[in-house]
Design a protein around this ligand. Structure first.
Ligand code: ATP
Ligand code: MG
Length: 566
């Protein structure tokens, strides 16, 4: 793959270099210098304390994508060091989501698998005089940590002997002490400009049942003491995480150095933010717990399971992750880019179906009373191999209210009195009469059809300006349509006045449930199947769907604002 005669940093043309993101550049350089013997081994390390969201999807595509690109490996590792917040329900959902996104892990690991090793690592630090048991309370520790401009004060317990520390730490493990009465701290530097190096906590006492280790442990390692060591144990080469961990990196490296263990390399990138949504498991959990949404997989949620139920495809999410690439600075991605990626994929794949969301009845007065015929319609014009389907046609039809104007505006080419349109995959019709109810509203439209204009007939070439969709009344299947809008009104839902909560920014009309009519083909579809309702938008069959009452989620409209800018 690499040309051995290449000079460092000069082997690539500018064009090639530009196409590599900064993480790929680091990896390629490491392969070239054989820093890890040409190995690439990444990991995706979720904490099983909630369902994954699209930010995690970005991290999954990145980590698994890099291992695939460089013929390496990628582990799935559960960072399960907070027993009170974690659960197997979350473990299962995370595995399902990673698989659905199209990735398979090389090893499935848990930080809890390494609790014994991590304990031994802590003992090693104590023996080196680099860790001590501290009896200060949480509050006292916080109060003596100092500020950014002033040094902290050393704990009075930092002077304990190695033997005393070994004894106390062993007794912490045995369960002799109450929660919060003691912690194990690293002895680093109370004056360090990096607050995280001011004798950070390594272990705390927590008499809590863990979803995997049960009651085996009553002391649990802190994130910082677990993460890098797990990376080291698994011989990860590139430990990719989000920018907020940049300041943790000196600590990550300190542990590895003091423990004298294999050293992976931590690389930070900017986390994904998208406008009009929140992206934190804690906040998403509060929406579920307070019934703001119906569940973690509510189609309005930015969770992977919510996006799946909404009608997103793995390919659309992968493509989105690819396009936004990785940045070193925080930024906010426009949700219309995500929707653009989705439309591109659905346009290629979605079955076309006709459905009328706001029906108005139309009668073809010159069509036989009980006549009916099956017309050919194209399943997907973007993929001719999907063939044709039969759509029943008869004298009484539904069309959409928006496709009729009694007094047409300038350039309105759909149906209006005296005007002609083509019914998609069917005939050209003319509107002759508008029949009203007593209150003046429209009851039905009386039209005539031109039998010579059926789509596909040799003399069907007569052109009219508008084409509209329709559904035969007699054959129409009533469906429930769930129409979604943004969950939050402002672009940045977290931009709030003091004392307010991000939930005050919720959109009260984020879900509208309506009843619609679709052609019978809709009955063949099963949950997660995707359709394009012609001229309306993309929809996805919901899990609540039954054969009596199909339920469809609106995935996204046909047009977005993104196309204008690309
Ligand atoms: P949250 O803040 O939503 O709870 P988290 O970072 O605590 O997320 P973890 O389970 O610890 O969630 O994350 C697993 C991996 O996913 C980490 O490597 C983390 O950096 C990455 N990740 C989380 N959120 C994002 C995001 N918005 N964009 C990119 N990567 C993310
Ligand atoms: Mg986290």
């Amino acid at each position: 793959m690499e040309d051995p005669n290449k000079q460092p940093n000069s082997g690539q043309t500018a064009g090639e270099n530009k196409s590599l993101n900064f993480i790929e550049q680091i990896i390629e350089e490491d392969i070239r210098t054989e820093k890890y013997g040409k190995r690439v081994h990444t990991r995706f390390p979720p904490e099983p304390n909630g369902y994954l969201h699209i930010g995690h999807a970005k991290s999954i595509c990145l980590n698994f994508g890099l291992s695939k690109k460089y013929g390496g490996k990628c582990n799935l590792r559960f960072d399960d060091t907070n027993p009170t917040k974690e659960d197997t329900e979350y473990v299962d959902s995370i595995k399902e989501d990673v698989k659905w996104l199209g990735f398979d892990w090389d090893g499935e690991y848990y930080a809890s698998d390494y609790f014994e090793t991590l304990y031994e690592y802590a003992v090693k630090l104590i023996k080196k005089g680099k860790a001590y048991v501290c009896d200060l309370t949480q509050e006292e520790i916080a109060a003596t940590r100092g500020t950014v401009t002033t040094a902290g004060t050393l704990s009075p317990f930092a002077q304990r002997s190695i033997d005393e520390n070994l004894d106390l730490f062993a007794r912490m493990r045995k369960g002799e002490f109450e929660d919060g009465t003691k912690v194990l701290r690293a002895r680093i530097d109370m004056a360090s400009p990096n607050m995280l190096l001011r004798d950070p906590i390594l272990y705390r006492i927590l008499h809590a049942e863990h979803h995997r280790t049960g009651n085996d442990w009553c002391i649990y390692p802190m994130y910082d003491f677990a993460h890098g060591q797990c990376d080291s144990i698994e011989h990860i080469t590139h430990s990719i995480c989000t920018l907020e961990f940049e300041v943790h990196r000196p600590l990550y490296e300190w542990f590895i150095k003091e423990l004298e263990i294999y050293a992976p390399q931590q690389i930070e990138f900017a986390r994904l933010n998208i406008n009009y949504t929140v992206m934190s498991k804690r906040k998403l959990l509060s929406l579920v717990q307070e019934n703001v949404v119906n569940s973690w997989d509510d189609p309005r949620m930015p969770t992977i399971c919510g996006l799946r139920r909404r009608g997103y495809t793995p390919e659309a999410l992968q493509n989105f992750a690819e396009i936004i690439s990785v940045a070193k600075r925080d930024n906010v991605i426009d949700v219309s880019l995500l929707e653009h990626c989705l439309r591109e994929d659905l346009n290629k794949k979605a079955q076309r179906v006709m459905a009328v969301l706001n029906p108005i009845k139309l009668i073809l007065t010159n069509y036989p009373e009980n006549g009916e015929e099956l017309l050919d319609a194209v399943n997907n014009p973007e993929d001719i191999s999907t063939g044709l389907r039969k759509v029943p046609f008869s004298r009484e039809l539904f069309i959409d209210q928006d496709d009729f104007m009694e007094v047409p505006q300038h350039k309105f080419f759909r149906l209006s009195p005296g005007n002609e349109v083509r019914l998609k995959s069917a005939y050209i019709i003319r509107c002759n009469d508008v029949i009203k109810n007593a209150d003046g509203s429209i009851k039905e439209l009386h039209c005539t059809y031109d039998a010579n204009t059926r789509t596909g007939l040799s003399d069907s070439n007569r052109k009219v300006k508008g084409t509209i969709h329709w559904v035969s009344v007699r054959h129409a299947v009533e469906i429930e349509t769930r129409l979604y809008d943004k969950l939050f009104l402002p672009e940045n839902p977290e931009d709030i006045e003091e004392g307010e909560d991000f939930r005050s920014n919720l959109n009260p009309d984020s879900l509208k449930i309506t009843s619609s009519f679709a052609e019978p083909f809709i009955k063949n579809m099963k949950p997660l199947d995707k359709v394009q309702f012609e001229r309306v938008g993309y929809f996805c069959v919901d899990a609540d769907s039954t054969s009596e009452k199909p339920v469809l989620n609106k995935t996204v409209g046909l047009k977005g604002s993104w196309q204008k800018t690309v």
